[in-house]
Design a binder for this molecule. Structure first.
Ligand code: ADP
Length: 174
């Protein structure tokens, strides 16, 4: 597996699948989620509504992942995953790692060879970027998968730098 870092808008990626940092309602939010639904058009939300009406009546649990169409995006699929809200008093890193692991499992089910990830939980959900980057890179590297091309698509220079450190293994403490 090759891991690539990009400073870009994830909605412009032409990977087979792009991962959405969704919330458990699957019915829209801000950040990456808002951008994906805006650019991908109403077909994505229609699929999400069907998921809420069937398998995920109570919403998608934190740490799990599910795929929908990518609508008008260049990708074929959007894989929605729900990151944990950061907590200073409780270690939720296993749930954050699970988002990456489960997204790759869904990608394998779909037959996706390339997957683009945002920095899950580092926006509205408040996870410190350096720590989130280490968990993300560690989880992806530790997951057996047929995905050969993993891209972390980072919005800011700071996020990019944090992921560079995580890939190089040079990151400091939290
Ligand atoms: P969460 O609720 O999981 O924290 P957010 O969408 O609020 O998710 O943010 C996750 C990360 O994605 C943040 O670092 C944010 O800056 C970044 N981000 C927001 N929009 C985009 C985008 N269009 N492409 C790539 N990254 C984005």
């Amino acid at each position: 597996m090759r891991i690539t870092l990009l400073q870009d808008d994830i909605t412009r990626q032409d990977a087979d699948a792009i991962v959405n940092a969704a919330n458990s309602s699957l019915l829209g939010g801000g950040g990456v989620d808002g951008a994906i639904h805006r650019r991908g058009g109403p077909a994505i939300l229609a699929d999400c509504r069907m998921l809420r009406a069937s398998r995920y009546g109570r919403g998608l649990p934190t740490g799990q992942a599910v795929a929908t169409t990518a609508g008008e995006l260049r990708a074929r699929w959007v894989i929605h995953t729900v990151g944990p809200v950061f907590s200073a008093s409780q270690d939720r890193s296993e749930l954050l790692a699970s988002c990456y692991r489960e997204s790759l499992r869904v990608a394998d089910e779909l037959g996706a060879a390339s997957v683009a990830f945002p920095a899950i939980s580092t926006g509205i959900y408040g996870w410190p970027m350096g720590d989130a980057a280490r968990i993300a890179v560690g989880a992806v590297r530790a997951t057996p998968t047929r995905v050969t091309d993993v891209r972390f698509v980072l919005f800011s220079q700071d996020a990019y730098a944090a992921f560079e450190d995580a890939v190089a293994g040079t990151a400091g403490g939290p």
